[in-house]
Design a protein around this ligand. Sequence first.
Ligand code: NAP
Length: 262
Amino acid sequence: MHVLILGGTTEARALATALHPGVRVTSSLAGRVASPRLPAGEVRVGGFGGVEGLVDWVREHHVDAVIDATHPFAERISFNAARAAATAHVPLLALRRPGWVPAEGDDWHQVASLEEAAGALNGLGWGDLRGRSPRGRVFLTTGRMGLAAFADCPQWFLVRSVDAPEPPMPARTEILLDRGPFTLDGERDLLRRYAIDVLVTKDSGGAATAPKLTAAREAGIPVVVVRRPPVPEGVPVAATSEEAAAWVWAGWELSPRTGRTR
Ligand code: NAP
């Protein structure tokens, strides 16, 4: 039995650990991070070359099932996985940690994209700042890709990412290289130290980066939350690595969440 895990997340690594060595596991990483945390089992790095490349890889390596355990915002590879699995006639499961839910006291502003997040910044508390003396200090935690959406924003930005981002990015940006998990005390301290006025995040879900939301709530700081793209239609979803591992051990007879048989 050979399972291909499309990875790059904590859950993908936990799943590889749960399956290896009982099952042959290959984890695939996009190669975006310079020194990634490596999962158990075999690892391959780099794009496949679109849907066709993924189909070829699945066939050449005799893959029996694919688990898309990529980040909830990695939309392209998830779409490719759905198309490739259908073409190669292999079962596919999406492993998606649940999204975050606002709690009492949260001041969340949900938007559909990074571009909308950039637009929302100008309406949060201090009015439209474009073309005027800019103020407002933004903690941007949406990753180093996609900073171009904020390039024209006049605010000051603290950008936290694993590897250094490349331009285009906002003119007034400080980079903080760091990788989760983050602690509540650390996040409280960071918001205070940098005098943050607003937090921008994707709805990534999971515990590793959630403390920033609690710290923002405590400090009364508004949060711009970018909503998730949907999982490709018809793909069953597991919420945890344990659920995904159970799907493999059961021979993918049962589809988590939907209960459909494949
Ligand atoms: P994406 O936009 O969905 O994918 C772009 C291309 O990168 C894909 O078409 C594919 O190239 C390649 N790719 C992506 N994930 C891959 C994987 N696991 N193995 C092999 N190739 C992969 O992806 P992204 O948003 O740039 O994210 C890239 C990786 O970083 C993902 O694996 C994801 O789990 C991880 N990640 C993403 C985020 C985020 O916010 N987007 C956050 C944390 C971690 P080909 O078409 O050539 O196959």
